[in-house]
Ligand binder design. Structure first.
Ligand SMILES: [Cu+2]
Length: 192
């Protein structure tokens, strides 16, 4: 396939994504059914900003430099896609942008994923595949995490919860919306 044709193909796919909206989320998930828990787009709930504030306070990691370290049998990892998105969308955990997470092997990891962005979806997936990620990341998630979130609307913010029981190893988290991981919306996870 020539470069021109690849570009046409990729812009065609992008238009399809724009047209399909949440449908694309379902499509991307078809091959991922074997992976960990999946939170469907329709399973997101709505929180007020004071509820979000309370959720963020439940994160029990310790931030240091560019790393957030968790210990104990239950790690509570609260992931936020904060406003503003400019210049690029990002994840924020414990006030750090796309930090490396250090998690205890065998622990119960309780994730809360919050999308504060109006008019735009994001997702959260965990994979062993390392960056760089292309426009359409072809990953085999070890934890499917979320489908594309609803955008937040009016004063309400979309959020959801899911759980992971990781074994030791090196993983990455990323947003599966086309282009987001390519622009840097990802981070590392070390389970030890
Ligand atoms: Cu995203």
């Amino acid at each position: 396939m020539g470069v021109d044709r690849r570009e046409k193909e990729s812009s065609r796919r992008l238009r399809t994504v724009m047209a399909a909206g949440f449908g694309m989320g379902a499509l991307l998930q078809v091959g991922w059914a074997w992976a960990g828990p999946l939170v469907g787009t329709g399973s997101f709930k709505w929180a007020s900003s004071s509820q979000v504030h309370a959720m963020l306070a439940k994160d029990n990691g310790t931030a240091h430099g560019t790393t957030v370290t968790y210990s104990g049998p239950v790690a509570r990892v609260v992931i936020e896609v904060p406003q503003p998105e400019f210049p690029f969308p990002k994840f924020e955990i414990d006030h750090l942008r796309n930090p490396t997470l250090v998690l205890p092997a065998g622990a119960t990891i309780k994730f809360t994923f919050i999308n504060r962005i109006k008019d735009f979806s994001h997702s959260f997936q965990i994979t062993r595949k390392a960056p760089p990620f292309p426009m359409f990341p072809k990953i085999q998630p070890v934890l499917t995490g979320t489908e594309f979130s609803p955008a937040s609307r009016n004063a309400k913010v979309a959020y959801t919860n899911f759980t992971w029981h990781p074994s030791a190893g090196h993983y990455y988290y990323l947003c599966a919306i086309p282009g987001h991981a390519k622009m840097g919306m990802f981070g590392s996870i070390v389970v030890q």
